[in-house]
Design a protein around this ligand. Structure first.
Ligand code: GRF
Length: 192
């Protein structure tokens, strides 16, 4: 990954579909002088994403791509990314799977946060699966995005203890807290 030159931050887009707590957290970190990236664009596949409010709050450009034809959509996203000179993408709860073609255009420049200790529990419903299996630990992982779902190289991972009282909601909250530390730490690790 390219090193930082001077204080120039790497222009980054964050892709979301939901609450956007990771988005908000990354935006906050991006305001720190030495943090390597700036958030210049927020992309969502739905106007229902609550996290879109952070675009207004922090005055960041947002764009919603909710068309049925996802192939067309990806082409349009790529055009916008080029126009905005975006060099790095953080997926933060983005519920669409990016195509091989798209990933190739941003090879090694897309990362994702996943709420499990990958390679365990790829895909959805990670918290309830961990509870159901009576796991003692779960956690979160920041990894590079490749064509194979949730399988790219791991950048950082954090373990979270599951207590007997936990259910999928409490576990989600516990893990989210750690996600908010892990995602910025992973970004720093990549660029510093
Ligand atoms: C997080 O749990 C993240 O790990 C997963 O989607 C959730 C997004 O939460 N990929 P938020 O929208 O950032 O609050």
């Amino acid at each position: 990954m390219e090193k930082l030159t001077g204080l120039k931050k790497i222009k980054t887009a964050v892709f979301i579909s939901g609450a956007g707590s990771n988005l908000k957290n990354i935006i906050r970190f991006s305001k720190i002088k030495k943090f390597p990236i700036s958030i210049n664009l927020i992309v969502s596949n739905t106007h229902l994403a609550k996290g879109l409010k952070y675009a207004d709050q922090f005055k960041i450009k947002k764009k919603i791509f909710d068309h049925k034809n996802y192939n067309e959509t990806e082409k349009n996203i790529l055009i916008l990314l080029k126009k905005e000179k975006i060099k790095f993408i953080c997926l933060a709860g983005y519920m669409k799977i990016l195509s091989k073609k798209f990933i190739k255009k941003f090879d090694g420049k897309i990362i994702n946060i996943h709420p499990s200790l990958l390679p365990k529990y790829k895909g959805l419903n990670t918290h309830s699966r961990a509870i159901k299996n009576k796991d003692k630990f779960s956690g979160c992982t920041v990894h590079y995005v490749t064509a194979k779902l949730d399988s790219g190289k791991i950048i950082l991972q954090k373990k979270v203890k599951i207590s007997a009282r936990d259910n999928s909601v409490s576990l989600k909250e516990k893990i989210l807290k750690q996600e908010h530390k892990l995602y910025p730490a992973a970004i720093k690790k990549i660029f510093n």
